[in-house]
Design a protein around this ligand. Structure first.
Ligand SMILES: [Zn+2]
Length: 288
């Protein structure tokens, strides 16, 4: 896939996103969802526009039993009882940028894959350290490499929707946005047995239609806090430094496992992941 970079305006988009949602957060751990909305997070942002968004319903604060020193690998929780049906999420006005209320927790995300040249090595490193991450896959890549998507899910990683062909969403008609997102959700569901619960717009370029369609498909929008800019191939050391400098509670890190030569991204993970763990961070995935 293409880099998460637009020829124009990405910096501006990010500034706008930061201004609108600098404190947008989502809880990491939830009790089993019912059709009732969850409690708003303590750090829910002030509404940026006259129409207030619904309170973020993606999660409750972390359970106190998941103290930062207790686990590196978050225990798997049980499946929701069958009597509870997962509610469609509300239509957001901006993506989540970070996670809330879970102590020294961080989330690693890898976009644009899977790519057989890089994804297996990333999966091996994550497995070696017993941590889970999020992979925002492109449908056309997932359809070519279903074995890798299955391996992500089998290892407990969250497989998210990153569109089918990595277009600039705001340039598409709503019908095309729907095709991009629904076809990708379908291939993920066919491959893993579960439809994705999260999506991320290519280039971080969202629009109202994408929020509406994503919600219809049962997905919450997740952006990121720290961009490693690994697609620019800045050198392994630079990627490592960006992650470690940006580390903090609730931080969501953006990297790539496809879209170009990602060997620096692969090597950097081997260095920064054990360092984050040594610093006491839990690397985990959001729960919905
Ligand atoms: Zn991307």
């Amino acid at each position: 896939m293409k880099d998460d970079q637009t020829p124009t305006g990405r910096r501006r988009l990010l500034r706008i996103a930061a201004a609108l949602g600098a404190t947008t957060t989502v809880g990491l751990f939830t009790v089993d969802r019912t059709d009732a909305p969850g409690p708003p997070t303590a750090t829910a942002p002030a509404p940026p526009s006259p129409a207030p968004p619904p309170a973020p319903a993606a999660g409750a604060p972390a359970s106190p039993r998941l103290a930062p020193t207790a686990y590196r690998l978050q225990p798997m929780t049980s499946y929701a009882p069958p009597r509870f049906r997962r509610a469609l999420p509300p239509v957001r006005q901006r993506p989540f940028l970070r996670m809330a209320g879970a102590g020294n927790t961080m989330v690693l995300t890898f976009d644009d894959g899977p790519d057989p040249r890089y994804t297996p090595a990333i999966l091996r490193t994550l497995r070696a350290h017993g941590v889970r991450a999020m992979f925002f896959v492109c449908g056309e890549m997932a359809a070519q490499h279903p074995d890798l998507v299955r391996r992500m899910a089998d290892d407990g990683h969250v497989v998210g929707n990153h569109s089918w062909s990595h277009p600039l969403i705001p340039k598409l008609r709503p019908s095309r946005i729907r095709e991009e997102l629904s076809s990708t959700s379908a291939v993920i569901e066919q491959t893993t047995g579960s439809a994705p619960l999260w999506y991320r717009a290519p280039f971080g370029a969202w629009n109202r239609h994408s929020f509406e369609i994503g919600a219809e498909l049962g997905m919450e929008p997740l952006a990121w806090t720290v961009d490693t800019l690994d697609w620019k191939e800045p050198g392994t050391g630079t990627i490592v430094r960006r992650v470690l400098d940006g580390a903090g509670p609730g931080v969501v890190v953006l990297s790539h496992d496809a879209g170009g030569d990602r060997s620096q991204s692969v090597a950097a993970l081997r260095t920064y992941l054990p360092q984050l763990l040594d610093e006491g961070y839990h690397i985990t995935v959001p729960r919905r």
